[in-house]
Design a protein around this ligand. Structure first.
Ligand code: SF4
Ligand code: SF4
Ligand code: SF4
Ligand code: FES
Length: 778
C-alpha cells in the first residue's frame, strides 16, 4: 500500500493507506485508549473507548475501525473526547463490583487505569448492582461475571487465535455474558490466553489468583523450560523462606519470538520448581546402602576421589557421561569439555529426541537453508510434513495459524494422521502408512505410490517454500528431503525437536563422536590443541555405556539432568558394579539408584543460553532461587576442582576480554557472589571473575563453535539470535545413529520428568480427561 499523509492533533503522520488509525497513532507514540481492540484480532468496535474527532465527520469515530487516507485530519484529545470516554467508563462501571482492592487484576487493570485517567467519580446509575457468583470453568480459568466489560477479546482470542472456539456469548443486549460453548466447564487447550488478554479481572488464573499483588513480585524474562519452541516467558517471583517462589508466568511485555503467546505448559507448568519433592541437599549411600544427606564438601571429595581413581587406574574409557536436554548451552559445553579433558573420555551422550546430526549433515555447507521461527511467522508458503504442532509444538502451531490468518500464508499439510492444523491448510494430503519414506520421491515426481498429483502441483507452484518436518524423518530420509529442497532456489527447512535445549545438547557436542558444532572427533583441529588430554577415538553411545556396565567395564557413570532409567528398559543389575553419580532436581528413577546425588538448580534458577529447535538462541535468566541447590555449571566446576583439575583451563575466567561478573548478570538473588568468592579465595584464585559464571564460557563457545557467532547486544537485550547449522564439511560427518533417536511426544499437559512434578499440569490433564469422558458419555 502506498503511504498517505494525515494530521493527528496538529502533527503530520505518514502510514500505508488503510492502516488503522489506532495503530498509526500508536506507532507515532500517540496512545488512544481501547478496551475491545486487540492487535491481530478481528475488529469488534464494542466499547467506544477509542473515539476521536475526524474533520468534516459529524460524529465521533472509533479509531480502531477508521483507516487512514490522504489528507485526513483527526483530533484524539479534547474536552469533548475526554467527556465521551468518561461517559463510556461510567457505563462500564454501572454494574462493575468495584472490588479493586481484592481483584487479581488490581494494579494491572486497563479499566482501573482509564478510570484514573478520565475519572468517573459519580455514577449516574442508581440501581443496586447485580451480583453473580464467580464460576470456575477449569483448574486454570475462573470467571467473575460482574467484572466483565464485554469486550469480546477472550472469545476472539480463543476462536481466531487458538482455533479452539471454546468461549461464546450467551443472551443478548445488557444481559449478554461470556460462557463456555459446551456446558459449564471449559473443554479446551487451557492455554490461558483468554485470561491474558482480558483487560479487567473478569478472567483470572487458577494458579495465581489471590496470591499476591503485581508490585510485590520481581518480573524476570527467561525461556520456557518445556518444549523445543523456546517461548520467552516472564516469571513473577517473590521471596520465600527457602529462597523464592514463582507465582505467575506470562509474557507481559509481549516480546520475544512468541509475542504474547504461551501454552498451558509455559503458563501453568512452572510449579515443579517449588515442588516439595525437590532435592535440596547432596545424598550419598551409607554403609547400609541407603542414600543419606551429606555436606557438599563431602560429596565433592567422595565423587572427585572416585572418578580420579577410576580414570587413573582403568582409563577414561571406563567412565560414561550422560547429559541433558534441559541444561544450558554453557553447561552442556562444559560437561563435554569436562568429560573429554578431565575425565579423558569420549563416552558422552544424551537422550536424543531428534536426528539433529542428520540435519546438520544434510544442510552442511548450505548457509541460509535452515529457517528460524521468525521466518516461519512470515513465510508465504509452508509445507508441514509429519508432526502434530498443535499438541507438541504449541508456539509453532500458533505461529502458523497467525501467519495464515493475518498474512494469508498458504499452508500445505502432509501427514499419516489427521492433524488439527489441516483446518488452516490450503491443501492437506493424508499419506498412506510408510508414506514419509516415499514423500521426497513423490515431490520429485519419481514415486507414484501417493495418488494425489494436485497436492504436489500446488506445492511445486510455490516460488518460496518453507518445509517443516517432524521426527518421523531420520538419517537418509532427512538427507533425501533436504536434497530435494536444495535443488530448488528458495526452499528452507525447520526440523522439530522436543525439549527446551534438545538442539543445544546436540549443538554443544553431547555426542560420543562429535564435538561442539558437530565437528568429528577425528577431524578436531583447534579442539585437539585446546582440549588437552582428549582421547581421539569416538566414545560409547548411551546404550553402549549400559552394555559396557553390564560387562563390568564401566567403572563410573555421571548423569546430568537426565533419567535414562525412566522407561524401565534398563535392567538395574546392569549398574551394580558401576559408581553412579547423578545431578538432578528430583530423585528420579536414575537418581534413586545412584551412589551420590547432587541437588541441581532448574532452568528457571540459572543464567545461560538455550537454543530452540529452529536454531534461535536466547538468554535464559536466573529468575528464582532455591536454598540448597547449585547450578549444574557450578557442580561440574567443583567436581573438576575436587579431582585436582586446572579449573582455569576448563572455564577461561579472568582472561582478557572475558566479561563475566560475580552475579550481576544472574538476576537479583543474593549470596551467590559471596559464596563463590569464599571458594575462590580458599583455592588461591583471584575473586574478581568467577569460574562459576556460565557466561565466562561464551567467548570460548563463540571461538570454537563456528555457528555460535553471538550478537551480544541483542542476546543480552533479550532478543533471539539465529544460529545457522550449515557449517560442517559434508564429508566429515559420520553415522547419525538414527536408532538412538527416541522422540518424547509430549502433549499439551505433559513434559517428561518435569511434568510429573507439576501439579498445575497434572490438574489440567485430569480436568481434560474428565471432560473427554463426559463428552463421550453424552
Ligand atoms: S484457556 Fe485458551 S483454549 Fe481455553 S478458553 Fe481460554 S483461550 Fe480458549
Ligand atoms: S471476560 Fe474479559 S476479555 Fe472476555 S469479554 Fe469479559 S472483559 Fe472482555
Ligand atoms: S509452546 Fe513450548 S516453549 Fe512455548 S510456552 Fe508452550 S511449552 Fe513453553
Ligand atoms: S477499542 Fe475501539 S471501540 Fe473498543
Amino acid at each position: 500500500m502506498a503511504d498517505v499523509t494525515f494530521t493527528v492533533d496538529g502533527n503530520k503522520l505518514t502510514a500505508p493507506a488503510g492502516t488503522l488509525l489506532i495503530e498509526a497513532c500508536r506507532k507515532a507514540g500517540i496512545e488512544i485508549p481501547a478496551f475491545c481492540y486487540y492487535p491481530g484480532l478481528s475488529l469488534q468496535a464494542a466499547c467506544r473507548m477509542c473515539v476521536v474527532r475526524q474533520e468534516k465527520v459529524p460524529k465521533l469515530q472509533t479509531a480502531c475501525t477508521t483507516t487512514v487516507a490522504e489528507g485526513q485530519v483527526f483530533t484524539t484529545d479534547s474536552p469533548e473526547i475526554a467527556q465521551a470516554r468518561k461517559a463510556t467508563i461510567e457505563l462500564l462501571l454501572g454494574n462493575h463490583p468495584l472490588d479493586c482492592p481484592v481483584c487479581d487484576a488490581g494494579g494491572e487493570c486497563e479499566l482501573q487505569d482509564m478510570t484514573f485517567k478520565y475519572g468517573a467519580g459519580e455514577s449516574l446509575m442508581v440501581d443496586a448492582k447485580r451480583h453473580r457468583d464467580e464460576q470456575q470453568w477449569s483448574p486454570a480459568v475462573f470467571y467473575d461475571r460482574p467484572r466483565c466489560i464485554l469486550c469480546y477479546r477472550c472469545t476472539r482470542m480463543c476462536g481466531e487465535g487458538m482455533d479452539v472456539w471454546a468461549l461464546g456469548i450467551q443472551n443478548r443486549g445488557v444481559v449478554s455474558v461470556i460462557a463456555p460453548n459446551e456446558g459449564e466447564r471449559l473443554d479446551c487447550e487451557q492455554c490461558g490466553m483468554c485470561i491474558d488478554v482480558c483487560p479487567v479481572g473478569a478472567l483470572t488464573s487458577g494458579s495465581y489468583r489471590y496470591k499476591t499483588r503485581p508490585w510485590e513480585m520481581n518480573h524476570v524474562s527467561t525461556v520456557c523450560t518445556h518444549c523445543g519452541d523456546g517461548c520467552k516467558v516472564t516469571l513473577g517471583v517473590r521471596q520465600a523462606n527457602d529462597g523464592s517462589e514463582i507465582v505467575r508466568a506470562d509474557n507481559r511485555d509481549k516480546s520475544g519470538i512468541n509475542g504474547d503467546f504461551l501454552c498451558a505448559k509455559g503458563r501453568f507448568g512452572f510449579d515443579f520448581v517449588d515442588s516439595s519433592e525437590r532435592l535440596t541437599t547432596p545424598l550419598a549411600r551409607n554403609a547400609q546402602g541407603k542414600l543419606e544427606a551429606v555436606t557438599w564438601e563431602h560429596a565433592f571429595r567422595l565423587v572427585g576421589a572416585k572418578l580420579k581413581e577410576i580414570r587413573d587406574t582403568k582409563g577414561g574409557e571406563a567412565i560414561g557421561v550422560i547429559g541433558s536436554n534441559h541444561t544450558t548451552n554453557e553447561e552442556n559445553y562444559l560437561l563435554q569439555k569436562f568429560a573429554r579433558t578431565v575425565l579423558q573420555t569420549n563416552n558422552i551422550d544424551h537422550e536424543r529426541t531428534t536426528d539433529y546430526v542428520a540435519f546438520a549433515r544434510a544442510v552442511a555447507g548450505h548457509d541460509g537453508r535452515a529457517a528460524s521461527l521468525r521466518e516461519i511467522a512470515s513465510a508465504p508458503a509452508i509445507l508441514l510434513i509429519g508432526g502434530d504442532p498443535t499438541n507438541e509444538h504449541p508456539l509453532l502451531a500458533w505461529t502458523l495459524r497467525t501467519n495464515v490468518r493475518l498474512n494469508k500464508a498458504r499452508l500445505y499439510v502432509a501427514n499419516e494422521k489427521r492433524i488439527k492444523l489441516e483446518r488452516q491448510a490450503k491443501a492437506a494430503l493424508q499419506l498412506p502408512a510408510g508414506g514419509y519414506a516415499a514423500f521426497s520421491a513423490y515431490l520429485g515426481g519419481s514415486d507414484n505410490s501417493i495418488k494425489d498429483s494436485t497436492f504436489r502441483a500446488a506445492v511445486l507452484g510455490e516460488e518460496k517454500l518453507l518445509i517443516i518436518f517432524g521426527q518421523e524423518y531420520r538419517d537418509s530420509a532427512v538427507a533425501d528431503l533436504v536434497q530435494w529442497g536444495l535443488g530448488r532456489p528458495n526452499v528452507r527447512f525447520a526440523y522439530l525437536g522436543d525439549y527446551a535445549n534438545s538442539r543445544g545438547a546436540a549443538d554443544m557436542g553431547l555426542l560420543p563422536d562429535l564435538l561442539p558444532g558437530y565437528v568429528p572427533i577425528n577431524a578436531s583441529g583447534t579442539f585437539a590443541q585446546e582440549y588437552v588430554g582428549m582421547p581421539t577415538t569416538p566414545g560409547k553411545t548411551q546404550p553402549e555405556m549400559f552394555v559396557a556396565a553390564a560387562k563390568g567395564e564401566l567403572g563410573a557413570l555421571l548423569v546430568v539432568g537426565a533419567n535414562p532409567l525412566s522407561n524401565g528398559s534398563i535392567d538395574l543389575s546392569t549398574l551394580k558394579n558401576t559408581f553412579v553419580v547423578v545431578q538432578d532436581i528430583f530423585l528420579t528413577e536414575t537418581a534413586a539408584i545412584a551412589d551420590v546425588v547432587f541437588p541441581a538448580a532448574s532452568l528457571y534458577e540459572k543464567t545461560g543460553t538455550v537454543t530452540n529447535t529452529f536454531g534461535d538462541l536466547q538468554l535464559a535468566r536466573k529468575a528464582a532461587d532455591r536454598a540448597g541447590v547449585k547450578s549444574d555449571f557450578e557442580i561440574l566446576v567443583r567436581l573438576a576442582g575436587s579431582m585436582g583439575a586446572d579449573v582455569k583451563a576448563l572455564v577461561p575466567f579472568g582472561k582478557v576480554g572475558v566479561t563475566a561478573d560475580l552475579g550481576q548478570s544472574r538476576g537479583a538473588q543474593s549470596g551467590e557472589a559471596d559464596r563463590h568468592a569464599v571458594w575462590l579465595s580458599a583455592n588461591g584464585l583471584e575473586p574478581k571473575l568467577s569460574p562459576f559464571d556460565p557466561l565466562a564460557l561464551l567467548d570460548e563457545i563463540e571461538r570454537l563453535v563456528p555457528a555460535y557467532k553471538l550478537d551480544r547486544l541483542n542476546l543480552f537485550g533479550g532478543n533471539d539470535i539465529k544460529i545457522e547449522l550449515g557449517f560442517v564439511p559434508v564429508s566429515a560427518l559420520g553415522s547419525a545413529h538414527p536408532e538412538l533417536v527416541k522422540p518424547a511426544h509430549n502433549g499439551l499437559f505433559t513434559s517428561g520428568t518435569l511434568g510429573h512434578y507439576s501439579n498445575g499440569l497434572k490438574d489440567l490433564e485430569r480436568h481434560q480427561a474428565a471432560e473427554v469422558a463426559a463428552s463421550a458419555a453424552d
